[in-house]
Write a protein that binds this ligand. Structure first.
Ligand code: SAM
Length: 205
C-alpha cells in the first residue's frame, strides 16, 4: 500500500488536524491498489489526486463537479502528478445524479467516497453545494459504498447556506440505523465562528 498520508499532527506546533485533514487521515490505509473510489466534489483536485494515488495502479476513481473549470484544474493536477488518465473519470455533472451516471457494477463496490462541500477555493463563490442536492447525493452514495467502506463529508457551516446544509447532514446521519452504519462527527467546539466539520460514515459488513 502506498504511503500518501502526511504525519498525524499537522504542524510543528502540534495543533490538531483540520476537518479536511481528518478526512484524509481517516481514509489513509483503507484503500489498496485496484480499489474503486469516488470524489463527489472534485474542486481543485486535491482529494481526487489523493484517492487516485491511493488506488493506483489498477484502481478507478470517479470525480464529480458541476464546474468545468474545477475539472480542468483537477485534470491538470492529475497530469502533473503522473496519474494514468484512464484511472480517473472526470464527470461534469452534479453528484445528485450519481446513480444515473456511475456504471451499474460500481454499486456496492466503492471503497471510499469523499464529499468536500462549499465553494471552489479561489473562485467567485457563486457556485456552492446546496442542501437540496447534497442530501439526496449522500443518501445515494451510501448505497454505492461497499460493505466495510468509508464515506467522509466535510461541511462548512460558516459558508452561505452552509449552516442549513450542516444541519441536514446531521439529521441524515442521526437517522441512519446503527446496525447498518457507524457515524462519527469531528468538530472544533471552542471557537465562536463556525469552523469546518468532518463526518465519517462507515458501512458495516
Ligand atoms: C470545497 S470545493 C471541493 C474541493 C476539492 N475536493 C479539492 O480537493 O480541491 C466544492 C466543489 O463542489 C462543487 N459542487 C457544487 N455543487 C455540486 C454538485 N451538485 N455536484 C458536484 N459538485 C458540486 C463546486 O463546484 C466546488 O468545486
Amino acid at each position: 500500500m502506498k504511503d500518501t498520508a502526511q504525519p498525524l499532527i499537522s504542524s510543528p506546533e502540534g495543533d490538531l488536524p483540520s476537518a479536511v485533514r481528518w478526512a484524509h487521515l481517516l481514509i489513509h490505509g483503507r484503500l489498496r491498489p485496484g480499489d474503486w473510489a469516488l470524489d463527489a466534489t472534485a474542486g481543485n483536485g486535491h482529494d481526487t489526486l489523493f484517492l487516485a494515488q491511493s488506488v493506483s495502479p489498477g484502481g478507478r476513481v470517479f470525480a464529480f463537479d458541476v464546474q468545468a473549470a474545477a475539472l480542468a484544474q483537477t485534470r491538470a493536477r492529475l497530469v502533473a502528478a503522473g496519474i494514468d488518465e484512464h484511472a480517473v473519470e472526470l464527470l461534469n455533472c452534479g453528484h445528485e445524479t450519481l446513480a444515473d451516471v456511475l456504471p451499474p457494477d460500481a454499486r456496492g463496490r466503492v471503497q471510499v467516497i469523499m464529499f468536500n462541500l462549499g465553494w471552489l477555493p479561489g473562485s467567485d463563490k457563486s457556485v456552492i453545494t446546496e442542501t437540496s442536492r447534497t442530501l439526496p447525493a449522500i443518501r445515494a452514495a451510501l448505497e454505492w459504498l461497499a460493505p466495510g467502506g468509508l464515506m467522509t463529508v466535510v461541511v462548512y457551516p460558516g459558508h452561505e447556506g452552509g449552516a442549513d446544509e450542516a444541519l441536514g447532514v446531521a439529521g441524515l446521519a442521526g437517522g441512519l440505523s446503527p446496525r447498518a452504519f457507524e457515524v462519527q462527527h469531528i468538530r472544533l467546539v471552542n471557537r465562536p465562528a463556525c469552523p469546518p466539520e468532518c463526518w465519517a460514515f462507515w458501512k458495516r459488513h
